[in-house]
Design a protein around this ligand. Structure first.
Ligand code: NAD
Length: 360
């Protein structure tokens, strides 16, 4: 297969971890006879340095002309980086919101998996960690509070800020369909998370999800309030398969789910539109504190590349091969610093990429 991939190396550890993912993809291409044409695209601080803004229209066009986008992570330390001294609409994170909206990436898929080899890193009780868990958070990414109207006004002499949380039936329906489809390929369960006891948008969310569920009688649907879900994730994460939720709840819950695995450097993420097009990136940020030291964990980015092969190109065997190679490397006791425990073998970012590549 011929694949056209736009590559956003980004900032901080971004270029280091993307290098390793490309190493692995190149190996997959040579073993399985595929060809990848990579085009570099600037985004985040790297784009601000060159263009004065975090994402240009040309960069978006290059992404649109590709089959998928592979991304490291963008951003710097907001307290010290000059990228945060410019107007907010040009800062690194504005690029993220713009690319999601421009490419219509409304569905964010974030697996939160506790690898059995990393049970020690899990902050939960041992009996829970030993059970292991494997859930996927399906977060709506282009609607809700982050994209609603906002303003700061002075009312009766008091400065007041207003953000708007708005969802249409159409926006809810399309993400719900994605969640049920993904659940069918997993353990056939969707937990839809909302705040229907308070919010109108949540009541519409619940009603629409119930309607979509009628087309998926083989998938179990349950509804959960977001505050309860935040507790259940810590109490018993094994109960979840696919968690379906709106933008802001998903933002918070997916970070919580990642922390429960104990290893943020292991968690992949995909943002997809209606077609097979997607943007694949690790769940973590650009880790400016360890940038350039060759100690970052590249496995989240490598796992994101595996998701890209599976979801955008239908190459399930190749994705399985990457995941098997990662499991083998972990079984053999190799760890980057973030997941290292005494007695195992500590390796650098590039060594981890080499080890995975060699096992494909
Ligand atoms: P972060 O995820 O970058 O780092 C949090 C902690 O985890 C740090 O101690 C870091 O060293 C560590 N860490 C993260 N990834 C790691 C890896 N692969 N290997 C080893 N250790 C790792 O979060 P932050 O510090 O809150 O944010 C830093 C920057 O990243 C900010 O500018 C933020 O806006 C940006 N950010 C970008 C994205 C994205 O590009 N999608 C997402 C989140 C944060």
């Amino acid at each position: 297969m011929d694949m056209k991939i736009a590559v956003i190396r980004g900032d901080g550890i971004g270029p280091e971890i993307v290098n390793e993912a490309i190493k692995v993809l190149d190996r997959v291409c040579s073993v399985y006879s595929h060809k990848i044409d990579y085009t570099d695209v600037l985004m985040g601080g790297a784009s601000i340095d060159v263009h004065g803004t975090s994402l240009t229209d040309e960069a978006i066009e290059t992404c649109k002309a590709s089959d998928a986008v592979l991304m490291g992570s963008i951003g710097g330390d907001p307290n010290t980086s000059p990228w945060y001294k410019i107007e907010p609409s040009k800062r690194p994170e504005a690029g993220l919101l713009k690319i999601r909206k421009s490419l219509n990436l409304f569905a964010n898929l974030r697996p939160a998996v506790l690898f059995p080899q990393l049970a020690d890193a899990c902050p939960l009780k041992r009996e829970m960690a030993d059970k292991g868990f494997d859930m996927l958070i399906m977060r709506e990414l282009t609607g809700g509070l982050y994209f609603g109207e906002r303003k700061t006004v002075t009312e009766n002499g008091i400065v007041t800020a207003i953000d708007t949380l708005k969802y249409s039936e159409t926006e809810i329906r399309r993400i719900a369909i994605k969640a049920f489809e993904v659940a069918r390929a997993r353990k056939n369960k969707v937990t839809s998370v909302d705040k229907a006891n308070v919010l109108d948008s949540s009541r519409l969310w619940r009603k629409t999800v119930n309607e979509v569920a009628e087309d998926y009688p083989d998938v179990t649907l349950e509804h959960m309030l977001v505050d309860n879900c935040a507790m259940q994730l810590v109490k018993d994460p094994t109960q979840f398969d696919v968690i379906l939720t709106e933008n802001m709840f998903g933002d918070i819950l997916s970070d919580e789910a990642s922390m429960v695995t104990g290893s943020i450097g292991m968690l992949a993420s995909a943002s997809m539109n209606d077609s097979k097009f997607g943007l694949y990136e690790p769940s973590h940020g650009s880790a400016p504190d360890i940038a350039g030291l060759n100690i970052a964990n590249p496995l989240a980015t490598i796992l994101s590349a595996a998701m890209m092969l599976r979801f955008s190109f239908g190459l399930g065997n190749e994705a399985d091969a990457i995941e098997r190679a990662i499991n083998k490397v972990l079984d053999e006791g190799f760890r980057t610093g973030d997941i290292f425990v005494e007695g195992l073998k500590k390796v650098s970012c590039s060594q981890m990429g080499d080890l995975v590549t060699e096992r494909i």
